[in-house]
Ligand binder design. Structure first.
Ligand SMILES: [Zn+2]
Length: 222
């Protein structure tokens, strides 16, 4: 069992805001899901997180083809609003790019330069020392074991006016959650809602825009 969990508080502290005392939100045949009372993040307890080896084995099974037009259309939901907000020739980072993401290609085609980071497939931590005009993370944040620390680290890499562009499916309510296929992926361990991003934006004094069902833009004050 991980050090941040004990029998009195099986969920451990909230992985986003660190508040203790999360309440059981849902359980299924495999896992428990707790919800933080402060930021409303839904998360699985530390003892139910996959090891890094088991996690990578899951990712190796599910790869997107970067040339698939359906995949590019899916990424377009984030690319188009982001591109509309970026000055020409911006410099960005694609965090959690996987082995072959189409998004950096789409951004490069639009005249931007994009560094890549992925803890399994592009583990060059030097790129996490630079400053960026934008950072993208598509279908990434739901996998983070320590989303508070990791999102804070990304936020600190943005220049004033910079944009953190995320794509993740959002929690609606307990009833929908119980039926949600998204929670059944064993690598999905934290689940955000509109309220969670509102909490984060207030914490960071960021401008928040939620576009459609799953695109979240957080802009750093200039
Ligand atoms: Zn929280």
């Amino acid at each position: 069992m991980a050090a941040d969990s004990d029998s009195a508080d099986p969920a451990g502290r909230c992985r986003l805001c660190t508040k203790a005392g999360a309440e059981l939100f849902c359980r299924d045949g495999r896992r428990h899901y707790y919800r933080c009372k402060q930021c409303l993040l839904v998360f699985v307890p530390p003892m139910q997180l996959l090891s890094a080896v088991a996690e990578k084995a899951e990712y190796d099974l599910h790869q997107n083809d970067p040339d698939d037009p359906g995949y590019r259309r899916f990424l377009g939901r984030l690319f188009e609003p982001l591109q509309a907000r970026l000055p020409p020739s911006s410099h960005g980072l694609d965090f959690g790019c996987g082995p072959a993401s189409a998004l950096p290609v789409m951004l490069a085609e639009a005249g931007h330069s994009v560094a890549l980071y992925d803890r399994f497939y592009a583990p060059d931590r030097a790129v996490l020392q630079r400053r960026y005009d934008f950072i993208t993370a598509t279908e990434v944040v739901e996998h983070l074991h320590r989303p508070g620390a990791e999102l804070r680290q990304l936020w600190a890499l943005l220049r004033p006016g910079g944009v953190l562009a995320l794509m993740t499916k959002l929690v609606v309510d307990g009833e929908a959650f119980a039926r949600w296929h998204y929670k059944n992926d064993p690598t999905h361990v934290v689940f955000f809602s509109r309220e969670t991003f509102a909490w984060l934006a207030a914490e960071w004094r960021a401008e928040l825009e939620i576009i459609g069902q799953d695109v979240i833009l957080l802009t750093r004050q200039s």
